[in-house]
Ligand binder design. Structure first.
Ligand code: FMN
Length: 189
């Protein structure tokens, strides 16, 4: 049995922090769920680019023309799910995200990206729109490419942590973030 729900949640957050520095870690490829303007769900994998604990904040990058960017700029309520088979650990963050495009936050992150890193954004083709040639990977010119780059910052209200143990045992706790404080309680799995 873990000491407290708080230490159980903090241990899970530490695993996520470590994952950010480990190339290929499963916890870095998270699922981002958004709400589209018609109220429907949207779900996709994104790379977790940053995680801060106090105040809690998750960072992801995308093309500003993508559906997820439109959703975040609209309703903004999102969930982010991370799962590691190695650690038998699932974390689900819920909260409100903000889109940063063509602003100081986006500029800072863009300047820090390698040329290869930048090339994930600002292709001539619009994400999700019909194209003739799937091999066409040409990019918009410099500044236009930057304006297609967007940073998603999520301020989570809560994190739901589930750890699987031997013989199907499940341990679960909910952590709540208020400002820089974190509280937690055990919940039934
Ligand atoms: C392992 C993996 C990592 C990905 N990382 C990102 C990412 O960091 N940012 C991103 O915009 N798309 C990423 N994608 C692509 C998205 O999952 C998605 O296919 C694409 O961005 C379009 O999503 P949307 O139309 O729902 O916005 C990744 C896909 C995979 C399989």
């Amino acid at each position: 049995m873990e000491d407290t729900a708080l230490s159980f949640v903090e241990t899970a957050l530490s695993a996520l922090e470590r994952a950010l520095h480990e190339r290929g870690s499963e916890l870095r490829n998270v699922q981002l769920a958004t709400l589209s303007p018609d109220g429907g769900p949207g779900l996709r994998t994104v790379v977790l680019r940053g995680f801060e604990r106090a105040p809690a904040r998750l960072e992801m990058h995308t093309d500003a023309r993508a559906a997820k960017a439109r959703d975040v700029a609209g309703d903004g309520r999102v969930s982010v799910l991370a799962w590691s088979a190695d650690e038998q650990l699932q974390l689900r963050f819920d909260g409100t995200a903000r889109l940063h495009r063509d602003d100081e936050v986006a500029r800072g992150r863009w300047d820090a990206l390698s040329p290869n890193g930048r090339n994930a954004y600002g292709l001539r083709s619009d994400p999700g729109r019909r194209i003739e040639d799937p091999e066409d990977r040409t990019h918009l010119p410099g500044d236009e490419q930057f304006r297609c780059f967007a940073v998603i910052l999520l301020s989570p209200d809560s994190v739901d942590v589930l750890r699987l143990g031997p013989e199907g045992a499940q341990t679960r706790a909910i952590g709540r973030f208020v400002g820089s404080d974190l509280s937690a309680e055990w919940v039934g799995p």
